[in-house]
Design a protein around this ligand. Structure first.
Ligand code: OSB
Ligand code: MG
Length: 377
């Protein structure tokens, strides 16, 4: 496989409802979509998971656009990918660029996706996936009031979701969780703080322990491991790291120092499929395997199908944030959209590149910026 050109698009897609977290609200989904065309006429797509603002990680759709176009694509134009093993060299080609992992992931994953189409091999097979279906949880944003929250949690379990994740923030944590426990009993529940607390809040976080949460996700700083290790020693609730797991090295360090007992793996956050598989392997190969699940970034169907392919690897032992398209979108970029095969379960379909599922008309309708880039002649 050789790359002929790349079309970059910035999309702005309506969300069914605003998604509120401790760092702010998402009113719509903004994403950079990379379309890679190969010399033999195959197309690969990938969704860059950088958000519109630098409030989850430091990247934004604008920085990703700049880094992809000006620094990453120039490093891959001459790449020749003959076999699946060659895909893992892409990571090394991009490694000289520091950070900017979501931008890197978009380029790397578009190559994987195009190769899957060119070879007619399903992505989950290329990645080493073994599962035929993945169990799914739901992530609920901070709600305007407790009644709405209770209704949403109840409704999520009725729909079959295998666990519910609540976004929490200081002052909006113990009370909502208590209310859910009182109304619904010992349902599978977890909380995601998106770095809203500091080590000084340890007593507040300890108040969560009696509720038997499955885990508390990223309570402390987005770039911290050390304080999380201190916190985990004084909490009975398992800490799960999201933002801080930026690479396989970070995952190993986090586990070595006891910064978490569970890992949320997001392929964009770690820089692509190769690095994601490396994080997976680290978790699986610990003396006692570390529970792992696939996180989400409100992706359109493109990123969603990629997440599901990844979540088919055997080490993903907990339900992921891999909900069906209609959780966030009235209409998805992919057709058919991602749906449950039975309540709470997403089938791992043999997707030989997501291009076969992309609705070009919708891609164009939601595009607000577009640029075609090719190797210099
Ligand atoms: O922290 O997991 C997070 C969405 C955007 C950015 C960060 C996060 C999230 C979610 C939603 O929790 C996950 C999803 O359903 O896509
Ligand atoms: Mg999170």
């Amino acid at each position: 496989m050789r790359i002929r050109k790349v079309v970059m698009r910035l999309l702005r897609i309506p969300l069914r409802e605003p998604f509120v977290t401790s760092y702010g609200a998402h009113e719509y989904k903004e994403a950079v979509i990379v379309e890679l065309q190969t010399c033999s006429g195959a197309a690969g797509f990938a969704e860059c998971t950088a958000l519109a603002h630098p409030l989850y990680t430091e990247e934004t759709t604008t920085t990703a656009w700049h880094v992809i176009r000006d620094f990453l694509l120039p490093r891959v134009w001459n790449t020749v990918i003959e076999q699946a093993a060659d895909l893992h060299q892409l990571r090394d080609k991009l490694a000289a660029v520091r950070g900017n992992r979501m931008a890197k992931a978009a380029v790397e994953m578009a190559c994987w996706d195009a190769f899957a189409q060119e070879q007619g091999i399903p992505l989950h097979v290329l990645l080493g996936g073994t599962r035929q279906e993945v169990e799914t949880g739901v992530s609920l944003g901070i709600q305007p009031d407790q009644r709405t929250l209770l209704e949403k949690v109840e409704r999520s379990f009725e729909q079959g979701y295998k666990r519910v994740k609540l976004k929490i923030a200081p002052g909006c944590d113990v009370e909502p969780i208590r209310a859910i426990r009182e109304a619904l009993g010992p349902v599978p529940l977890m909380a995601d703080a998106n770095s809203a607390y500091a080590l000084a809040d340890v007593e507040r976080l300890r108040e969560l322990d009696p509720f038997g949460l499955l885990m508390v996700e990223q309570p402390l700083a987005w770039d911290d491991l050390i304080d999380h290790a201190v916190l985990q020693r004084s909490l009975s609730t398992p800490v799960c790291l999201d933002e801080s797991i930026v690479s396989a090295a970070a995952a190993r360090q986090a586990l070595d120092i006891g910064a978490c007992r569970i890992v949320n793996l997001k392929v964009g956050r770690v820089g692509g499929f190769s690095e994601a598989v490396a994080v997976h392997d680290i978790c699986v190969r610990r003396p006692s395997p570390v529970p792992l699940w696939c996180g989400g970034m409100l992706e359109t169907g493109i990123g969603r199908l990629h997440n599901i392919a990844l979540a088919s690897l055997p080490g993903f032992t907990l339900p992921g944030d891999t909900s069906p398209s209609d959780r966030y979108f009235a209409e998805d970029l992919v057709d058919p959209p991602v749906t449950f095969s039975r309540p709470g379960v997403i089938p791992v379909e043999p997707v030989c590149g997501v291009a076969e599922r992309v609705r070009r008309d919708r891609l164009e309708r939601w595009t607000v910026r577009e640029e075609a880039v090719g190797p210099a002649e």
